[in-house]
Design a binder for this molecule. Structure first.
Ligand SMILES: [Fe+2]
Length: 273
């Protein structure tokens, strides 16, 4: 039975395959109630949820609102390197002028931390200072990417596992690596999603280098199909939260003026079939 709090929530699709604009959820909504459960369900169904609070959020407001969507991780784990240093400062802030997106592969399609056994489940960003133009964040539906593949290719990918590492990222000197299924199933929706990304997916286990690289490059290109995407332009007070396993994301490295975002990440377990 829907209650008054759930009745106040409004949903409007942001694109054809992914993303939902959500209204009627207050910043101080308790993290243990029916609204939190509804938000987590919506997150897994739509991949990314967008909110507009009309003004930049304080760090405290952002952390309290962020608690609605899952168990927050301490700090900002991204392997090793400059991003960690920038992010673990007293007031963590992603400043794209200090952490160039191209240098860190932030402007290429990826899911965060898939080179770990337990990659983050989700992440949330809020805009503190928006660029004059450009600097959008884009998301791709990994459900739509999987579903658009032919039956024979879907079946082959459902059988294989892929190695994730930092091999394709020159800046990241991480020895971490993990093997995950190439297709995973979301625990809340039961839908299958393509779990192969151009930053971290190194090779398909059991295939020759030539077979693996040919298929992976085709899949990286497949994820770049606009039909699967939503593009989000930032304004102060905008919040976007996304589920990492059923989406991929990238930043648009072309922008004018400052671009400052706060970010939090959510703890996750092992991705499963
Ligand atoms: Fe990322």
């Amino acid at each position: 039975m829907a209650t008054a709090a759930l009745d106040r929530i409004g949903y409007a699709p942001a694109a054809g395959a992914i993303g939902m604009h959500v209204t009627g959820v207050a910043l101080d909504t308790p993290a243990d109630g029916e609204t939190a459960a509804a938000m987590q369900q919506a997150l897994h169904e739509h991949g990314v949820l967008f909110f507009d609070f009309g003004r930049a959020l304080t760090r405290g407001e952002f952390e309290s609102f962020g608690a609605l969507f899952g168990d927050l991780e301490d700090g900002y784990r991204l392997g090793t390197g400059k991003v960690d240093v920038a992010a673990n400062a007293a007031d963590p802030m992603m400043d794209s002028n200090k952490v160039p997106m191209q240098e860190f592969g932030i402007n290429k399609w990826h899911s965060d931390g898939t080179l770990f056994d337990n990659p983050p489940q989700a992440a949330i960003l809020t805009c503190v200072e928006a660029p004059e133009a450009g600097g959008e964040t884009m998301w791709a539906s990994a459900y739509a990417a999987y579903e658009a593949l032919s039956g024979p290719l879907q079946r082959m990918l459902e059988e294989v596992e892929v190695l994730h590492s930092s091999r394709r990222l020159e800046w990241m000197k991480s020895d971490a690596s993990a093997v995950h299924p190439a297709v995973i199933r979301d625990g809340l929706t039961g839908r299958k999603a393509l779990f192969v990304n151009s930053n971290y997916t190194d090779r398909i286990v059991g295939m020759s280098e030539r077979e693996s690289e040919t298929i992976l490059q085709m899949l990286f290109e497949h994820v770049n199909t606009p039909d699967f995407h939503v593009t989000h332009r930032w304004q102060p007070g905008y919040v976007a939260v996304w589920e990492q396993r059923v989406t991929q994301h990238r930043g648009v490295a072309g922008f004018r003026g400052p671009r400052k975002l706060r970010r939090l990440t959510y703890l996750g377990g092992r991705p499963t079939r």
